[in-house]
Design a protein around this ligand. Structure first.
Ligand code: 13P
Ligand code: SF4
Length: 306
């Protein structure tokens, strides 16, 4: 057996020993996705964290995701194998920024994309992910909402809701790198291909898409479309499962720049070390956790968009 195979076997044994579940975001390295108990988008992983009977969750993703798991499941131990795996978009809004924006708009509900810190969630009314953002906004009573931190997701939602929306000017540096000219070039090189992208992409990229959805939405779209070639506008980690599940279709990444360095940090070695030493445990202080949980729980009651 090769060293990689032995390591995978060791991780599976450690997971059993620790009564742990390993969950991985769709952008993780192929070998991490390969041995995870569950892979999915942010919403599916939040639900799994809330529902799993395991006492330990190894969260292969970025910090805000592990934090959400710790908020939803305070009695579980949540391990983030790489504590330095953050999300630059989540860091673009601080609690102080949000307090200032709230003061400018008394009574306007705050919708926080899950890509935010626990403190920011605690100051928000409801969370959303890319899979349920329109439904979450539409579920609110108010005629106006303020959405944080992603200007691109917010703009995308504003096209599908009747509510008046304002938003914070954050963005995902990985998705922002995809330019309309990349899509036009990929379309020219692949006649007949469809283009699917994530709503974190710029509005001028979204405009060119045949379909816009969360990462797990892309798996469903890829299965359903009759197109043989699919141009993909999101982080390259998505290709692993797309290709595995659709061996008869061709997937073309819309730009080589679609790599999130933070999502790529976690290795199998990090997972094994985290489990062996039970280290890199993410916790959230109770006063913040309880308020942030209210915002996440409200989101989990809203059905997802497909
Ligand atoms: P989803 O998997 O929820 O679509 O999220 C994309 C993302 O950028 C997570 O960081
Ligand atoms: Fe954050 Fe973008 Fe990376 Fe997702 S892909 S973790 S939004 S930087």
């Amino acid at each position: 057996m090769s060293n990689r195979e032995e390591l995978k076997k060791e991780i599976r044994a450690l997971l059993k020993e620790r009564d742990a579940i390993m969950i991985a975001h769709n952008y993780q390295r192929d070998e991490v996705q390969e041995i995870a108990d569950l892979t999915g988008d942010s919403l599916a992983l939040s639900r799994a964290a809330a529902d799993s009977p395991a006492s330990v969750i190894v969260f292969c993703g970025v910090h805000f995701m592990a934090e959400s798991a710790a908020i939803l499941s305070p009695s579980k131990t949540v391990i983030l194998p790489r504590m330095d795996a953050g999300c630059p978009m989540a860091d673009m809004i601080t609690p102080e920024d949000l307090i200032r924006e709230k003061e400018k708009r008394p009574g306007v509900p705050i919708v926080a994309y899950v890509n935010t810190s626990a403190e920011v969630k605690a100051l928000s009314d409801i969370c959303c992910t890319s899979a349920n953002a329109v439904k979450v906004v539409d579920s609110l009573d108010s005629p106006m909402v303020y959405m944080i931190p992603d200007r691109n997701l917010s703009h995308y939602v504003s096209l599908s809701t009747k509510k008046r929306m304002e938003w914070w000017n954050g963005f995902c540096p990985t998705h922002e790198r995809l330019k309309p000219e990349d899509v036009v070039k990929a379309k020219k090189e692949n006649p007949g291909a469809v283009f699917v992208c994530h709503p974190e992409c710029r509005p001028d990229v979204v405009e060119l898409a045949d379909h816009v959805c969360s990462t797990s939405g892309m798996y469903r779209y890829a299965r359903a479309t009759s197109a043989r070639t699919i141009i993909v506008g999101t982080e390259m980690g998505i290709l692993y499962r797309l290709r595995k599940e659709n061996p008869d279709k061709r997937f073309v990444l819309a730009s080589k720049a679609l790599i999130c360095p933070n999502m790529k940090l976690t290795t199998l070695e990090d997972v094994a070390e985290g489990l062996k030493e039970m280290k890199n445990i993410v916790t959230v202080p109770d006063d913040i956790r309880i308020r942030a949980k209210t915002a996440l729980d409200r989101m989990l009651k809203v059905p997802r968009d497909f």
